[in-house]
Ligand binder design. Structure first.
Ligand SMILES: [Zn+2]
Length: 177
């Protein structure tokens, strides 16, 4: 399993392109229900990072976190379990953490930015916004949901009602490109 991307995504359009690329590299371009837990575990098995499933009381204020330099993604146990059962919000949390990992990796490896450059970027680019944007673009692929209702997207892509509504609205505004 390899992922390489020459673009360090920033805008929603960049992230849309990146998420399509991400799916295609995994041969999941046409998968309606993106197998996010299997993909997380596949990357871990391939040596990209370790996964730590953390008890709820050890991480009460967050659902997951990515410690890039330790090559570690920590997911709270309840979120991990629910993601395995297909819960939309929990699935999006895992996508969110994966983005943090690969974004950081792209910036360090492809662009070889200095620490100072990275710090200054982060003041005006919100990595949390970008990670949420990626989760939506990855789990609700624009090219597969064009004729669908909100309810169909919820069911077929296994995402929350809120995410389905939000993504369909964005795609409509962007003219489905
Ligand atoms: Zn985050």
């Amino acid at each position: 399993m390899t992922i390489s991307c020459r673009v360090s995504p920033c805008s929603r359009k960049d992230i849309r392109k990146y998420s399509r690329h991400f799916r295609e590299q995994l041969n999941l371009g046409n998968a309606l229900e993106f197998p996010i837990v299997e993909v997380l575990e596949g990357f871990s098995e391939a040596g990209y990072f370790d996964i730590e499933i953390v008890p709820v009381d050890a991480m009460p204020n967050s659902y997951g976190e990515t410690l890039y330099h330790q090559k570690l993604i920590r997911i709270r146990e309840d979120i991990y379990d629910k993601a395995c059962e297909g819960d939309g919000f929990s699935r999006s949390t895992i996508a969110h953490e994966l983005f943090h990992f690969f974004k950081h990796r792209n910036e360090e490896i492809v662009f070889c930015r200095t620490v100072e450059e990275l710090e200054s970027r982060k003041t005006y680019e919100d990595p949390e916004w970008q990670a949420n944007c990626f989760a939506g673009e990855l789990l609700v692929p624009i090219k597969l949901v064009k004729e669908m209702s909100i309810e169909e997207v919820v069911e077929k892509c296994r995402v929350s009602h809120q995410m389905a509504t939000y993504q369909l609205n964005k795609y409509e505004i962007d003219g489905w490109v």
